[in-house]
Each structure stands twice: as C-alpha cells, then as structure tokens.
Design a protein around this ligand. Structure first.
Ligand SMILES: O=C(O)c1ccccc1NCC(=O)[C@H](O)[C@H](O)COP(=O)(O)O
Length: 379
C-alpha cells in the first residue's frame, strides 16, 4: 500500500489511501486516492501531497473527495538547507518578514481568511493568459517606480482611479480581432521598489469593479505582485481583491510549494516569476502552471537582456508538455523583444515601465499606440 503524507490544508483528512480500483498501467502512474474534505468547499481545491518522496499536484475531482493524481513531477530536488535569497533580494525578503510580523500577524480577519477554504481558482485566468489565435496575451504591470534603471524611473502622477479608467477605456477601444488586447492587470506592491502598497491594490480593485460593474466577468483579472514570503501577504491581497498572485521564486524558493498551496486555498491563481534555471526547476517541481520569465536579475537589480528568451527556449518542450503558460517580462520596450519571445513559444508578455508614462498622463491614444507598436507589426 502506498503511504501518502499529504501536506495539504488541514481541511482534508486522509481517510483511505493507496490504489483504488484497477492498478495503473506502469506508464500511467495514475493513482486514485480518497481524501474526504472536511469542508464542502474543499472539492475542487488544488493541493499537493507527497508520494514516494515526490511532490505531486492534485486537484479534487468533481465527485466529493475523489482525487486523481497526475504524473509525479521531476525528481525530488535536494532539500534546500541554509538557503538565503541572493544579493539585494535578501534585504527585500527581510523587509517583508518584518511587515508580516509587525503588521499582518496581528490582523485577526486575515488569519481567518487564511483558514477559509475557497473554491479552486477559476481556471479561466490561465486560459486568458494563454496565446489565442496567434495573439499574445498582455499583462500591464502598474507601478509608480521602476528601479531597474539608473536613476529609477518615477511615475508619481499614476493614481489608481485614473489607471482603472484609462485601462477600461483602452479595452473599449480595442477592435475585435485586434492583434493586441488587455488580459491581466498586475499591481506591483512594495513601497520601496514600486512606491505602492496593498492599499494601492485595494484602491485599484475597487475602481476596476466600478468600471466593470455592468459585466464583472469581462474584467481582466487583477494580479498581486510583491516579494511574497508568507501566506498572510496572500490573504491580505485576496482581501484587497486580487484574483491571482505572482510569486517571485528567487525570494521564496524553499517555501514556493507552500505558498502555491496557500494561494490556491485562498482561491487565487498563481504566476511564478523565474530568472534562473534553479528557480524554474523549483517552480516546475512545486507544480506551477503559469511562469513569468524575466530578464530582471532582482539580486543584482539589473536587467540581463535575453535571459527570459534563453530560459524559455531551453525548456520549451517540457513546459509545453506540462501545459504551462509562459509569459516574458523585464523592460520590454521593442517589437524585436516581443518577436523573440513569441518565437520561443511565449504565450504573452508583462509590460510595466514602457506603458506607465502614458497611463500616468491618462493618454489612451498614446497607450494604444505603444501597445500597437509592440504587438501588431507582422505578428
Ligand atoms: O521594475 C523594477 O523597477 C524592479 C526593481 C527591482 C526588481 C525587479 C523590478 N522589476 C521586475 C518587474 O517587476 C518586471 O520587470 C515587471 O513586471 C515588468 O515591468 P517592466 O520591466 O518595467 O516592463
């Protein structure tokens, strides 16, 4: 009998485990286990169990409690011991742990929210970010500062109401069948890096709901991006209205799987930002489904041109076979960069600084023109 040591949320109790029904064909590695959710909302939740010392992704089936386990993921990575984030990331990570300790750990409702078993994240976010009919998806990254240049680029005129308004106007102006669209709004949360905090996220979400009040289902999802090191940050972002979270792998490598689980339990889709092969391996092992390949080296606060393309290209077959969604990111400013990402299989791109000036000015035409120049040409 296989023994399962599932590390999923406490809302699940292992009632019986092992092979139920027909033994799997050797190649299939498909095993049925029965975990009865103690919370009706558990059905549909995605979580992970350990099986044969491997981490496997599971998603509750339609009928209560029956779970099908997918192929075991790549061989178990050596456990990370004494790991520390590299370079400038160490200071960013310590700052976040202090924020969790001083601010979040005393906020009762957040702890409650964290224990609340939400519905599994809507799968349509992954579908929205996937390349469709030759069109790359576009995620706009809102930030009032971008420090990947010397001096840092400041966009102090950017306010969340105006940003929500201009991005809503932009969507209204994009003709059907256009070669570009607006498929997600990333809100970068960190006072030092981006001059924004979770209140900025909450403000944007409120205005975004207002501008989509007639048909909320048409609103592109809000993606929370931060140096995420603890589940309470995810709970705070979920409370603020984020439907997805972007984990920076280099800031939380040993906890990546745990934070992925926590986000799913909160009902959020997850994107994982990677810059190195190790980060990509860990993200794949943890069961990530949406990857943001960035040229930005957060440890050295610099841009490594071509890194995202090289990494995506090297692992494109594994990623495609796993059904992954791959986005490119990191100072994207030219059509050539977009074409290079498209040619190695990118599903979409994340653009921040290049668009912030026109968004901060409230200039829809300029915003549409920049996106057109990056995405239409001969794509
Ligand atoms: O954007 C920054 O200033 C920054 C500073 C330090 C570490 C990382 C940083 N940016 C990484 C990103 O957030 C992505 O590059 C962003 O999602 C895309 O924005 P942009 O690079 O401005 O197009």
């Amino acid at each position: 009998m296989n023994t399962l040591q599932h590390r999923a949320s406490p809302a699940f109790a292992v009632t019986s485990a092992g092979l139920v029904g027909a033994r799997p064909a050797r190649k299939a590695h498909r095993h049925c286990v029965t975990l009865c959710p103690t919370d009706p909302k558990g059905v549909g939740a995605c979580f992970r169990i350990r099986f044969h010392k491997r981490t496997c992704s599971l998603r509750a089936g339609q009928e209560r409690g029956t779970l099908m386990m997918t192929e075991p993921l790549a061989a178990q990575q050596e456990e990370l011991v004494d790991w520390l984030p590299a370079g400038a990331l160490e200071k960013d990570v310590m700052r976040k742990f202090e924020y969790v300790r001083d601010e979040l750990s005393n906020r009762e409702p957040l702890s409650f929210r964290l224990s609340y078993m939400s519905e599994a994240p809507s799968r349509d976010i992954r579908a929205k970010l996937r390349r469709r009919r030759g069109r790359l998806s576009v995620v706009v990254d809102l930030k009032r500062r971008s420090a990947t240049s010397e001096p840092a680029r400041e966009f102090h005129a950017l306010n969340m109401y105006a940003a929500a308004e201009i991005l809503s106007d932009l969507r209204a102006e994009i003709p059907l069948g256009s070669k570009f669209g607006l498929d997600g709004i990333m809100v970068s949360v960190d006072s030092e890096l981006y001059d924004q905090d979770c209140a900025s996220l909450s403000d944007f979400a409120r205005h975004w709901r207002y501008f989509h009040r007639e048909d909320p289902s048409t609103a592109p999802p809000i993606i929370y991006k931060d140096i995420i090191v603890h589940e309470l940050q995810l709970a705070e972002a979920a409370e603020a209205g984020a439907k997805a979270a972007c984990l920076v792998a280099g800031a939380c490598l040993p906890d990546l799987e745990k934070l992925l689980n926590a986000a799913y339990i909160l009902g959020m889709e997850v994107l994982v930002e990677v810059h190195t092969e190790e980060e990509l391996q860990y993200a794949f092992e943890a069961g990530a489904g949406i990857y943001v390949f960035t040229d930005v080296d957060r440890a050295r606060r610099r841009v490594v041109k071509g890194r995202a393309v090289d990494l995506m290209d090297k692992y494109r077959v594994d990623l495609r076979n796993a059904g992954a969604v791959c986005l490119g990111s990191g100072r994207i400013e030219t059509l050539e960069q977009v074409e290079q990402l498209r040619d190695v299989g990118a599903d979409g791109i994340v653009i921040g600084g290049k668009l912030m000036a026109s968004i901060a000015r409230g200039d829809v035409e300029a915003l549409a023109s920049v996106l057109h120049s990056l995405l239409v040409a001969d794509l």
